[in-house]
Write a protein that binds this ligand. Sequence first.
Ligand SMILES: Cc1cc2nc3c(=O)[nH]c(=O)nc-3n(C[C@H](O)[C@H](O)[C@H](O)COP(=O)(O)O)c2cc1C
Length: 370
Amino acid sequence: MKFPPLQSKQKILLLKAAFFGQFFSYLLIKVITHQKNKHMIDLTTKFLGLTLRNPLIVGSCGLTDSVEKIKEIEQAGAGAVVLKSLFEEEIISEMEEAMHRMTSRAFIYPETFDYMDEGEDEDSVRKYLRLIEETKSAVNIPVIASINCVSAQKWTYFAKEIQNAGADALELNLFILPTDFERSAEDNEKLYFEIVEEVQKQVTIPILLKISYYASNLGQMIQKLSNTGIGGITLFNRFYSPDFNLETYQVTSSNVLSKPTDLSVSLRWIAVMADRVNCDLAASTGVHDGDALIKQILAGANAVQVVSALYKHGPKYIGQMLEDMKKWMEHEGYNKLDDFRGKMSQARSSNPAAYERVQFMKNFRHFIFE
Ligand SMILES: Cc1cc2nc3c(=O)[nH]c(=O)nc-3n(C[C@H](O)[C@H](O)[C@H](O)COP(=O)(O)O)c2cc1C
């Protein structure tokens, strides 16, 4: 079949049609891949051997002390929760009370010990176990129990009860403030290892250590702790900070909630320790928005705990933070967290000194307040 020769106008039209055709197919492909990528964003993360649907964990606090609140947190999209802490002192006091009740009776078979509280008011320790059981049957996200402890004595048997109640993991909030002048730095640090050793004798569920930055050689200490077989370390816990009331001369507590600027301490240490530990790392303190969540993953965190931001904005804010993270991932072309996890860690950084002294000199020497 022969076509009549084309006139120049027709040739131009044909060329234009071909160009626009190509342009529109290019656009179509872009839109389709964008939609596909959008659909493919995967926030799942492995943490303590558990699979979390996303890395945002609601940290231990008053928002995680009831089944109803935790159901709401699950609905809002969190990857896991850490229950409000039970204090070592509560466990010991309950144990001592039970022992007292037992020894004050004429004779009692040891088995009776298990049933002693029947008919009596439920104590905080039993309430805690019931909270674990009921939460586990009410939600699908992992439930991490929490004990606030300062010693390796007496209470550690209770870790087994927590495991038996169904907790997926146990966070130990080691609240050791180095203000005891009788104890050396070595004494304090030894305590961490003793507590881990004693709790490990009791449980097979993963142990997560929540520590502070009060250690004489923090980097080495975190590294050594990571070699004890624990599942992970949370950096860092937050102390209530004292303040003074100038009228009443009383010591008050201030800064109960963190501020976004508090992020830098945990961010630095996650970045410094990522790739240098034999366990997972959870970031905690100062994570107030989606950007901070992203930064902690870039630093190398396996999971990120959030508390103050949820006190301020309510649990629904979890959805917003995750959505912002997804949008950023889409924009950057990442499909999963491992595509960028640890990209900014010190070990992988092209400028490791950025986390250390030289940056301080650069920023502060020539600092001009505008
Ligand atoms: C009101 C309140 C109660 C808290 N209770 C606990 C607790 O029982 N156990 C614990 O380990 N941490 C507790 N924390 C500390 C938080 O888990 C978290 O480590 C700290 O607030 C820093 O995180 P954020 O900056 O996201 O708030 C509490 C924090 C707040 C604000």
